[in-house]
Ligand binder design. Structure first.
Ligand code: ADP
Length: 540
């Protein structure tokens, strides 16, 4: 027996299950006078947030919610949504946040598939919620949120309103610590852009580690004031619901994203951090008031969810936004890699800095490895910045698997790595750069063409607001690139001009053969729905 075994056993004093619920308890003890949440004119201190979460856990338990039951929530970024992130798992239950822009049929599918016992729904979405409840086979207990601050009137669907429900609960309710850190904490359905949504199961351990590591990647401190521009329903707000609470920062709620409101809230509350898909950056940069905005303090803005064109990153700097580029999937609790900044990049010009930042980067401390690999052998590709391979991840913040879908779970996790389905290259400095999703890559005359590379060039055209490139079937080449372009307001450019611009900036075989001018269809999280564009490109 090793000298490090006797009398050195694991015991309840030195080994407890990791859970992000402990962050809130700690903050309530330390930050007794500090705002945990700002919502309009309302400020909620940490002890109050803690008490409300315990009330929620208590009220849910009294209604028969048991460990392992699902509680679904359809709500924007307001206090009840944040409270659900603590209150639901404090009762031992699993939080299922639902994308508010989904159609009733998909919401019904999620309620049924997750076997929701309780459905908490904001009145703003009561039309979709009511239709979904009519379509669903499950009959959950329905709780309506009637938000007095900026809420939108709608039909009440249940017998209890959220505030009244909280009043039924005990503010001293003893939180149920998970027996095991592997216990499920959240169930997040992937957005379904690629078929029926799959239910991704998160564990307490991963939520705890993401909750600690994500704030590290964004340099958060107890002074952090975090503005909720990223939906909390998307990967639990990339786990910042737990992460901002981990550092004892302040959550600033936001029911609806609107650039003028965002600029105003940043100034009013001295917001230090926010997150959003590149579309959020683009709409801030192109807002009418953007040219006159320059904050007198740096605002860290993490982006991810889609590849941010370097032009969009560069446009944020003059306003005093410091862009941090993250990459991840629902399956990885949100952020899995970060384009970690190197001090020597400080000396580059704006364009050079933006180009560095546009890469997806290196793995988060909550993962152990990222690999760019041959998709058949899983052997690493050379770090030459050119050889394309599939991005593989492994570590502590990978999902348990897909709910009731062992086949898909095995496919995603079975070979010792989580397979992202994203294609990228590894640069000689160890940074990963995404070239495409495997299903989005364009194969023309046997050559791989990265839609991301083409989009990067199109975004540089001065008249282009947004662009997306997909494959269009072609008899001779197999596929050719087809570009969908949305021009900036008041600007005009012909297809020939755009093609000429591409010819000046790209190898000839990569030039889009077709240019279509139109608004781009997007998912609720700001991702372009390329499958719709691909379908359309087939009809030309
Ligand atoms: P869904 O797959 O349902 O759209 P996810 O949020 O899980 O929802 O999407 C993850 C995908 O988003 C990744 O597989 C990748 O293709 C894309 N993605 C995420 N972050 C980035 C990024 N920083 N750069 C490029 N693509 C990204």
């Amino acid at each position: 027996m090793s000298q490090f075994e006797e009398g050195l056993a694991r015991c309840p004093a030195n080994h407890r299950p990791l859970t992000p619920l402990s962050f809130l308890e700690r903050c309530a003890w330390i930050y007794r006078t500090k705002p945990a949440v700002i919502h309009g004119e309302r400020r909620m201190l940490y002890p109050e947030l803690y008490a409300r979460c315990r009330r929620l856990a208590s009220a849910l338990s009294s209604c028969g919610v048991r460990p392992g039951d699902t509680v679904s929530v359809l709500a924007p970024n307001t206090p009840p949504m944040l409270e659900a992130h603590f209150g639901v798992p404090m009762a031992g239950a699993v939080l299922n946040t639902i994308n508010v822009r989904l159609d009733a049929r998909t919401i019904a599918h999620i309620l049924d598939h997750s076997e929701a016992k309780v459905f908490i729904t904001d009145l703003e979405f009561s039309a979709a919620a009511s239709e979904a409840l009519a379509l669903a086979s499950v009959k959950p207990l329905v709780i309506d949120i009637d938000d007095p601050i900026g809420g939108v009137p709608g039909e009440r669907l249940g017998t209890t309103e959220y505030e009244a429900f909280l009043q039924q609960g005990d503010p001293e309710f003893p939180m149920t610590e998970p027996r095991d850190e592997w216990q499920p904490i959240a169930l997040n359905y992937t957005s379904g852009t690629t078929g029926n949504p799959k239910g991704v199961v998160y564990h307490h351990r991963g939520a705890y580690l993401s909750g600690l590591c994500n704030p590290m990647m964004m340099e958060m401190t107890p002074e952090t004031v975090y503005l909720w521009t990223l939906p909390m329903f998307h990967c639990n707000g990339w786990c910042f619901t737990w992460g901002v609470t981990a550092v004892g920062g302040t959550h600033v709620c936001l029911r609806r994203f609107e650039p003028a409101a965002v600029f105003d809230l940043i100034r009013r509350h001295r917001v230090t951090h926010l997150c959003g898909a590149p579309i959020i950056l683009n709409s801030l940069a192109n807002a009418p008031e953007a040219s006159s905005v320059r904050f007198d303090h740096p605002v860290r803005l993490a982006t991810g969810g889609a590849a941010p064109p370097s032009r969009v990153i560069a446009a944020m700097e003059p306003m005093n936004f410091r862009v941090i580029h993250l990459y991840g999937l629902t399956e990885t609790f949100g952020p899995a890699t970060v384009c970690a900044w190197q001090t020597e990049w400080d000396g580059l010009d704006l364009e050079g800095r933006a180009q560095k930042s546009a890469r997806q980067g290196v793995h988060s401390p909550s993962l152990t490895d990222v690999r760019v690999a041959n998709p058949d052998t899983l052997e690493p590709v050379p770090a030459d910045g050119e050889t394309i391979g599939e991005i593989l991840l492994r570590g502590h913040t990978i999902m348990r698997g897909y709910l009731k879908n062992p086949g898909a779970s095995e496919e995603a996790l079975g070979k010792g790595w989580f397979r992202t389905g994203d294609l990228g290259v590894l640069h000689p400095d160890g940074y990963v750069e995404i070239k495409d999703r495997s299903k989005d890559i364009i194969i023309s005359g046997g050559e791989n063409i990265s839609s991301v590379e083409l989009e990067e060039v199109l975004y540089k055209h001065p008249c282009v607001l947004e662009a997306a490139v997909v494959a269009r079937p072609d008899e001779k080449w197999g596929e050719t690139p087809c570009a969908f372009v949305c021009l900036k307001q008041g600007k005009s450019a012909s297809a020939e001009e755009i093609i000429r611009f591409c010819r000046d900036n790209l190898a000839h075989y990569k030039i889009p053969r077709t240019i279509v001018f139109e608004e781009l269809p997007k998912t609720a999280t700001g991702k372009v729905q390329k499958h719709l564009l691909r379908d359309k490109a087939r009809t030309f």
